[in-house]
Write a protein that binds this ligand. Structure first.
Ligand code: PBG
Length: 276
């Protein structure tokens, strides 16, 4: 991904200080562990990379909101978002790991936890784990409507999290299915999600609009790695104007109804914005 890097904790602090000074309100962390294993153990280790990173940011750039991605795929050797047995994803067994992971993020000082795994029932599992440990006030940003999209390819390449077998279609949503998004969001809100997210963004503007019209909770949209990479690649070839394309894509996501946008263009856009 052009312009996107894996960072050490000192580099991350510099990046966060810069983001904060540009007026970017929040960052989302994704971790790359030293070792991947079957259960993604480093993901729920209180000394894991993300947990240490959260503590460092909250120490050095305390005003920047830190959102953590709650999912084991970056930490598992098979690259799936759930525990695997005999080639199948075990939904319910995975919930315990996700709850543990969210709790270690909370203990490190995360401001929001964002489950992106799409296991059924994970918002409720995370909510009760947080509540039991005194984190009743910590909000959950749920990736409620997450499609099984080919637009995640550059991220998976960057995070080495491409599934080693099969695909994610048993837990992520079918791109052809519009109404399922509404059911997924309703379930997550019922389970205790405070904010919800639609992902990807630009190819799913109809979904953003559907959700905006039906639910009255803060709505986020994730402009994913493939959306970012396409604009960067086209701009590098001189085929489009990068700044204008970034601005129009973000405007479109906003117009569809998103209150918040998670985007790899945050710094680029902040620079454009400051130039008017
Ligand atoms: C799963 C996760 C993924 C992304 C964010 N969280 C990968 C996936 O579902 O395969 C992709 C984000 C992007 O493409 O920018 N932990």
């Amino acid at each position: 991904m052009p312009g996107q890097f894996r960072l050490s904790i000192p580099e991350l602090i510099k990046e966060c200080a810069e983001a904060h000074s540009l007026g970017i309100p929040a960052v989302t962390l994704f971790g790359i562990p030293k070792m991947k294993d079957e259960y993604g153990s480093e993901g729920f280790d209180s000394d894991g990379i993300v947990q240490r990173a959260v503590r460092a940011i909250k120490d050095k750039v305390p005003e920047l909101l830190v959102i953590t991605d709650v999912c084991i795929d970056e930490y598992t050797s098979h690259g799936h978002c759930g525990i695997v047995k005999d080639g199948k994803i075990l939904n319910d067994e995975t919930l315990e790991l996700l709850a543990k992971m969210a709790l270690t993020h909370a203990q490190a000082g995360a401001d929001l936890v964002a489950p992106s795994d799409m296991m059924d029932g994970r918002v409720a599992a995370i909510r009760s784990a947080l509540d039991e440990s005194g984190y009743q006030d910590l909000p959950i940003l749920s990736y409620a409507a997450k499609y099984a999209s080919c637009f995640y390819a550059p991220f998976r390449d960057a995070a080495d999290s491409t599934p080693q077998f099969g695909d994610r279609k048993s837990y992520q949503m079918d791109p052809a299915n519009r109404r399922e998004a509404v059911r997924e969001v309703a379930l997550d809100i019922e389970e205790g999600a405070d904010l919800i997210m639609v992902k990807p963004a630009l190819p799913y503007l109809d979904i953003i609009r559907d959700i905006r019209e039906r639910f009255d909770v803060p709505l986020a949209a994730y402009q994913v790695s493939g959306e970012y990479a396409m604009i960067k690649a086209a701009a590098q070839q001189g085929l489009i104007d990068e700044g204008r394309t970034i601005a129009e894509s973000l405007l479109s996501i906003r117009r569809a109804g998103a209150d918040l946008i998670l985007t790899y263009f945050a710094k680029d856009f902040a620079h454009l914005d400051s130039k008017g």
